[in-house]
Design a protein around this ligand. Structure first.
Ligand code: HEC
Length: 376
């Protein structure tokens, strides 16, 4: 999944076809726009702060004892007072720091470029207009979460201009089609002739893991790296298609007959899924290091277990459905006892990130492989 290798099987041939098709297309790039009406804190200012300041001024790092994770915290200031004087951008420390040419500049000179003047102008105008918080937004609300809720996924391009990575694909249960993760979409291909049959638009920018459930629904783990992650359940056979670039496209973002359920939404991508052998449990793991297990078909979250020190890449159920194996960027593979809700065994031998795990069908052997080029 994470390191490519050459092969001539049908899946790789299909990936080749998918890639060739994806290469036709363009990926839109977001840009800061100067608002025409009054500047909105949450829509115009907060995204600039998130992108340029949160790395050092979040709840963990708080450089200068200054936390910018909520409107309230920003107005509290750090070692100095409120960095904002409403109505007076010229007297506001924050503008002073953003425009400084000296050592006090934010973000710090040695670590990042100054904000472009048009972004500073947006913040200054917001201050001059009174530095108000938008109606309906709580001053204590965590800005990262508020921005995520407001974020609207773009429509995938009609045709792709550049090749993109394919991080996940899966055969449909009848083996007649292959579902492939694209840019904010899943594409469905005829496995016999490699023809693109359908596009299904998704909130997730990337799909990292695709698993068909016993009832024929498709579980998709993915997200936008560094921004959000989710596990969503789709019915890929539902929805009213519209034609886009000569291909039927269905709306898996808003159409509730296609996008059926969101099992979880997180702050960064979910990377892997596994279905228990009896089809009654679905497990996920990813960049938040958490192992989650849901009961099926209810979708009730049964376990959230934390033990790995870094991203979890790989996940596999043992045949008994009670034990799970995981592999992680923390250079270990682990075996989990779901009954005891803890890790039963840790294998530290790889000493490099471990990408994948498997358990043999008799449940006696666990297999892991990783960046040390070893299969253990
Ligand atoms: C790479 C890390 C980093 C980034 C990115 C960064 N800062 Fe800072 N910031 C610091 C450090 C370190 C201090 C403490 C400086 C000191 O006390 O001399 C600080 C202090 C401040 C202060 C003064 C707080 C106080 O009360 O003392 C403000 C205001 C501030 N930063 C605003 C911003 C804004 C706005 C951005 C984004 C445009 C930003 N910073 C991005 C590292 C960072």
């Amino acid at each position: 999944m994470f390191n490519g290798s050459r092969c001539c099987c049908i899946l790789c041939a299909l990936v080749g076809l998918a890639l060739a098709w994806l290469m036709l297309a363009s990926v839109p790039v977001g840009q800061a726009q100067t608002p025409s009406g009054p500047v909105s804190f949450i829509n115009d200012v907060a995204p600039i702060l998130k992108e340029n300041c949160f790395a050092c001024h979040d709840a963990k790092k708080k450089k200068g004892k200054f936390e910018m994770t909520s409107y309230e915290n920003i107005r509290k200031g750090g070692t100095k007072d409120d960095p904002i004087v409403p109505g007076k951008s010229r007297e506001s420390i924050i503008i002073d720091l953003l425009t400084s040419t000296g050592v006090t500049r934010m973000p710090p000179k040695e670590l990042a470029d100054a904000l472009p003047p048009e972004k500073i102008a947006i913040i200054a105008r917001w201050i001059d207009e009174g530095a108000k918080l938008d109606a309906g937004v709580d001053a204590k609300a965590e800005l990262v979460r508020e921005l995520r809720v407001r974020w609207k996924p773009p429509q995938p391009p009609v045709a792709y201009k550049y090749p993109i990575n394919i991080n996940a694909l899966v055969f449909t249960p009848d083996s007649k089609k292959v579902v492939v993760g694209g840019h904010h979409e899943l594409t469905v291909w005829d496995a016999a002739n490699g023809k693109l049959e359908k596009r299904i638009f998704t909130r997730a920018e990337r799909a990292y893991s695709l698993v068909f459930l016993p009832d024929g629904k498709l579980a998709v783990a993915g997200g936008r790296p560094g921004q959000e992650g989710d596990v969503r359940i789709y019915n890929i056979n539902a929805g009213k298609p519209t034609m886009i670039g000569g291909v039927p496209a269905i709306d898996g973002v808003n159409d509730k007959t296609v996008f059926l359920q969101e099992l979880v939404q997180t702050d960064d991508a979910i990377l892997t899924l596994a279905l228990s052998p009896d089809g009654k449990k679905l497990a996920s793991a990813g960049t938040d290091r958490l192992l989650r297990v849901w009961d099926l078909p209810s979708g009730k979250l049964e376990h959230t277990i934390e033990n790995h020190a870094d991203w979890v890449f790989g996940l596999a159920f043992a045949p008994d459905g009670k034990h799970l194996a995981t592999s992680s960027r923390d250079k270990t593979a682990k075996v989990w006892d779901l009954g005891a809700k803890e890790s039963a065994l840790t294998f530290p031998d790889h000493q490099q990130p471990v990408y994948a795990v498997a358990i043999t069908s008799d449940g006696k052997l666990g297999i892991s492989c990783g960046e040390d080029n070893q299969v253990r």
